[in-house]
Design a protein around this ligand. Structure first.
Ligand code: ADP
Ligand code: ZN
Length: 216
């Protein structure tokens, strides 16, 4: 099964993709995570993308496409869920040349909720676990439940940068829905509450995948 999870920054793509890994045995492939990891490890790729991430700008298409292509080659025939790619029409076209997607999961979340979620988001710099200080609190202080590492705020979750990311989404990323319309089934999932339980959303997604006959 080849899935794509699509939605504005802060709509929960990473959280849901990680939950789906366990439930459906799909490998989450997040370009944002790949870039952040590269920045952290100061690799050649990390140096190329750091500035873009810090400002909430998109990484240039050619670079992103190259990275995704090589990741998909590594994944081979396994099931996967793409998170954060494609983000431009050019990236969507490139994806069509690489593989055929079975379904797109479109997350619909009002702007007000996005901003509230992003500003309270914290992540574990070591294992990548995602928390929210209001709705998905770590059990102990601001430490990771899984590995005990002190949680941090993503640099691009600061208010000035959030605004920029939302604009990039509206101008460059949202239009690709039109591109896929009629070609790939689109599953719409709305969440209108800040404290929406991620497990409930994932169950809804799984039910819709079942309705499409993609899982038994
Ligand atoms: P979010 O969806 O919450 O904004 P991501 O973790 O998906 O966060 O992406 C973080 C940053 O990584 C983006 O703001 C952008 O700079 C870069 N990035 C990730 N995926 C892509 C992509 N497909 N094309 C261009 N830039 C990307
Ligand atoms: Zn951790």
């Amino acid at each position: 099964m080849k899935l794509l999870i699509f939605g504005p920054p802060g709509s929960g793509k990473g959280t849901y993709a990680n939950l789906m890994r366990k439930k459906l045995n799909v490998i989450p492939l997040s370009t944002g995570d790949i870039f952040r990891e590269a920045v952290k490890n100061k690799t050649e790729l990390g140096e190329k993308v750091a500035e873009f991430l810090r400002k909430g700008e998109l990484v240039p298409d050619d670079l992103v496409i190259e990275v995704v292509k090589s990741e998909l080659e590594k994944i081979g025939d396994s099931s996967f869920i793409l998170d954060g790619y494609p983000r431009t029409v050019r990236q969507a076209e490139a994806l069509e040349d690489m593989t055929a997607i079975d379904a797109i999961i479109q997350l619909i979340v009002p702007n007000k909720i996005i901003i509230e979620r992003l500003s309270n988001r914290r992540i574990c710099p070591k294992c990548g676990a995602i928390y929210n200080l209001k709705t998905l609190k770590p059990k102990c202080d601001e430490k990771c439940d899984r590995c005990g590492t002190h949680l941090i705020q993503r640099e691009d979750d600061k208010p000035e940068v959030i605004q920029n990311r939302l604009e990039r989404y509206r101008e460059q990323t949202r239009p690709i829905l039109k591109y896929f319309k009629g070609k790939v089934p689109i599953i719409k999932v709305a969440s209108r509450k800040v404290d929406q339980d991620p497990k409930v959303v994932v169950d809804r997604i799984i039910q819709k995948l079942r309705d499409l006959g993609l899982i038994g």
